[in-house]
Design a protein around this ligand. Structure first.
Ligand SMILES: NC(=O)c1ccc[n+]([C@@H]2O[C@H](COP(=O)([O-])OP(=O)(O)OC[C@H]3O[C@@H](n4cnc5c(N)ncnc54)[C@H](O)[C@@H]3O)[C@@H](O)[C@H]2O)c1
Length: 415
């Protein structure tokens, strides 16, 4: 019996968390997302992590290894929030054991690893969901709806600038800075935005070129391990300017500036720029179509998406302006929707906006862009997935959000 059929009769799930670090708190959404579902087990391979698990999930049984959890049984689904280089093996073991998987992004740190996870899900029929929560962020929903209403015509170009102002604290003080654990920040960080480029442009990257360098954090010699700590323990806006940061990870060999150019399978051209030492922290998208362009200013509540769709000289506010709702900072609202989508998918077979195929295509573009930038910006071509794997997942996801036909009442048409 496949995992899909074995869970078909259930109305709630017994859920495990693998990796009790900073991100594991998304599992707190489980009981509210699907009442009756509970966190029954936690696995963490560090003593500090197991102590954290007891505080974060006091009713759960805590294990030191995945094998112990699999031997004990009693789990329907698992939320994997371990470092990126462990995703592949943990996901494959869970899928083969028939345990539905919520896997944090990136799907894997190599294209081969991503394809291995998708292959295991297709072969076993066990549900796989990859946590690309940015698809459920209000800013992305507004941009996608503008495009679906045809307000900018047919999408031809997408340009993304990513100001990773918290970069030093988020990515250079632990395993994130180590290539052997992340591959590249074009996966760890950019996989979200590559996924959104694909989502907004309705295509997948097939040709990619990268450029980048380690420009600031590589020169900082004050480095040490941080046993027992997670990012919230050292995060501070007072850590400024970037060159004054202290306590970096002993290994720092990922780039702090990365740029990539993409040609998609439908001819759309896209660019993505990421810098980890800006003062401000937000993402800015420009989408240009045959009849207009959109751009977001701010990416949480209080921000706006502006649309220019008449011909004129520079006009700061655009022709139409849409407010961005949701949380004022971070992405807790998107996390809640994402967790609900996962549980509904496992229990009801509901189709998902988030897509494992798209998660693979984000890994493909990010990992090959990093290979390109480390090889003198050589252009690289992304191989296709086997048709059987594409068919397996296409039946389980929706390629598009429900189309919106009318502009929301909150839109402001500017003179
Ligand atoms: N979607 C998002 O918005 C978002 C946000 C933050 C983090 N993440 C993802 O969440 C994942 C975890 O990030 P984090 O910041 O919580 O990391 P973290 O370092 O704070 O926590 C990782 C935990 O996993 C444990 N661990 C490591 N290897 C393990 C193994 N083999 N088995 C069991 N436990 C193991 C560690 O001991 C630690 O407690 C990353 O893949 C990251 O990309 C996603």
């Amino acid at each position: 019996m496949t995992a899909e059929s074995s869970q078909a009769h259930k109305t709630s799930l017994a859920v495990a968390v693998i990796g009790a670090g900073a991100r594991s708190v998304i599992a707190h959404h489980v009981p509210e997302a699907r009442p009756g579902s509970t966190i029954v087990a936690v696995v963490d391979n560090s003593a500090h992590g197991r102590e954290r698990a007891k505080t974060l999930f006091p009713d759960a049984t805590v294990y030191a290894t995945l094998d112990e959890l699999l031997a004990a049984g009693g789990v329907d689904a698992a939320i994997v929030t371990t470092p990126d280089h462990t995703h592949e093996d943990i996901a494959v073991a869970l899928l083969e054991a028939g345990i539905a998987v919520y896997l944090e992004k990136p799907l894997a740190i190599s294209l081969d690893g991503a394809d291995r996870v998708l292959g295991a899900a297709a072969a076993t029929g066990t549900p796989l969901y990859v946590g690309h929560n940015l698809r459920h962020a209000a800013v992305v929903r507004v941009m996608r709806e503008v495009i679906e209403r045809g307000e900018i015509g047919e999408v031809k170009a997408v340009w993304v600038r990513h100001f990773v102002g918290n970069g030093g604290d988020f990515y250079f003080k632990d395993w994130h800075a180590d290539r052997s654990k992340t591959g590249t920040l074009l996966l760890q960080k950019a996989s979200h935005d590559i996924d959104i480029v694909h989502y907004l442009a309705s295509g997948f990257t097939r040709r990619v070129v990268g450029m980048g360098d380690l420009m600031v954090y590589g020169d900082i010699t004050d480095r040490h391990e941080r046993p027992g700590q997670t990012m919230t323990d050292w995060f501070s806006y007072d850590n400024w300017p970037p060159a004054a940061q202290t306590g970096l990870n002993p290994v720092v060999d990922v780039e702090d500036v990365s740029m990539m150019l993409m040609t998609l399978d439908n001819g759309v051209q896209a660019s993505y720029q990421q810098c980890h030492f800006t003062p401000d922290y937000w993402r800015n998208y420009t989408v240009i179509g045959t009849e207009g362009r959109l751009e977001n200013f701010g990416d949480t509540a209080g921000g706006v998406v502006r649309v220019w769709n008449r011909r004129h000289e520079w006009q700061e506010n655009g022709d139409v302006e849409y407010p961005i709702d949701g949380v004022a900072s971070g992405h807790e609202d998107a996390d809640r929707v994402t967790m609900t989508e996962f549980l509904d998918h496992v229990l009801d077979g509901a189709p998902t906006i988030v897509s494992p195929i798209a998660a693979r295509e984000a890994v493909a573009a990010g990992s090959l862009a990093a290979a390109s930038l480390r090889a003198g910006s050589t252009p690289l071509t992304i191989p296709d997935l086997p048709p059987a794997v594409i068919d397996h997942f296409t039946a389980r996801t929706t390629p598009a959000a429900p189309s919106a036909t009318e502009a929301p009442a909150a839109a402001t048409t500017l003179a």
